[in-house]
Design a protein. Structure first.
Length: 90
């Protein structure tokens, strides 16, 4: 029998909790991965995401829903959050 040790999920939320936070929208782990959000951990089939990413996930999903062609904008916003990319553009 294989017993896997539970990973440290401090500061994480489950996919179900994430979906509750973005209701009435709903997304799968595959949908989040398409936007570049990978689970921090998976345990017994449950996907765990960093709770600190929730504002970024909400913003990304809102922009994706409003402007499906706005993938370039979504990526640009991600770069703005990266201090290195801001410094190199200045």
């Amino acid at each position: 029998m294989n017993h896997t040790k539970k990973p440290d999920i401090t500061g994480c939320i489950t996919l179900g909790q994430l979906n509750h936070a973005i209701r009435p929208l709903k997304i799968t782990s595959e949908g989040l991965a398409a936007y570049g959000f990978e689970p921090a951990a998976t345990y017994m089939g449950a996907k765990y995401y960093r709770a600190a990413l929730l504002p970024q996930i909400r913003r990304t999903l809102a922009l994706g829903a409003l402007w499906p062609e706005g993938e370039v904008l979504i990526k640009a916003l991600g770069q703005e959050a990266n201090p290195t990319s801001i410094a190199t553009r200045a």
